[in-house]
Design a protein around this ligand. Sequence first.
Ligand code: NAP
Length: 303
Amino acid sequence: MYDIAIIGAGPAGLTAGIYARRAGKSAVIFESSGIGGQIAQAGHIENYPACPDILGIDLSNAMYEQAEKLGCDFAFDAVTGIERIDGGFNVKGEYESHEAKTVIIATGAYCRHLGVEGEERLIGRGVSYCAVCDGAFYRNKEIIVVGGGNSALEDAVYLTAYAKKVTLIHRRDEFRADKAVIEEALKNPRIQTVMNARVVEIIGEDAVSAVKVAHNDGISETVPTDGIFIAVGREPKNRAFASLISLDESGYVKADERCLTTCDGIFVAGDCRTKEIRQLTTATSDGTVAALAAVAYLKKIES
Ligand code: NAP
């Protein structure tokens, strides 16, 4: 039986693993997709202390190597549930399960979908949620980015390195991104903005060819495009744990800055929990807090 099972190998989970191993505890980290979570898909990261400009993928690889070198085990599997057993928990994956005395949930958050016709069918065929992953496919093409936050505006700027024209469509009359990010996007001659409008349908047989846009004044139009990047925020996927811990109405694990869940022995770290600020630095901070809370819990149950 492991001391600590960590679900998610993003910055929160990897930091928790580093702290767990440095405290002398055995740890297994489950990961269902790629190491690094959201930062693996980020381009340049400029807000992580001591790293004025680092690629997200390089930072996530460095965190992974550090955790692995310290002795964390990895289970590349999707966790489907946690059940209580004698002395701890059984963390069940699709292919493998591991028993642990404590669990840290660090599942992060996933790209929200628009939920419009054509979207699911055309994912990977012109519908993308990752500018860094798919931008290079759109060299000299015309594309659309949807959203008004930091992700959408940063994606739009990033994509101008490839696309000849980027149309940014946002449902309000103002962006919610940081001022500096907005200024950079608006001064880019390849970016055109369409405000007060929603994408209501994505059109195409084998690949995206156009989108239907509904303007808030009631007018609709079909806009031809080679691709659409959707950056409308993120949401958690914690339903598999709902039988043991409380989630809020949006599906985030209920917890405060101490990273304690409503179940003794289960802790939570990073974007998947209720919190004000979801940033890389707050995720690594949570990983630290949750791991140290788990270590204190182990000391209590073993004394
Ligand atoms: P976000 O800030 O939540 O913005 C999501 C945007 O999508 C909002 O403009 C929202 O519109 C729009 N939206 C949501 N649902 C929609 C729908 N169904 N249809 C159309 N538009 C929809 O998300 P984010 O940009 O992914 O950023 C998430 C967090 O990470 C934020 O705290 C952000 O500051 C942070 N972040 C930071 C950086 C950085 O520091 N460099 C980079 C990326 C992200 P409304 O405005 O109308 O609600």
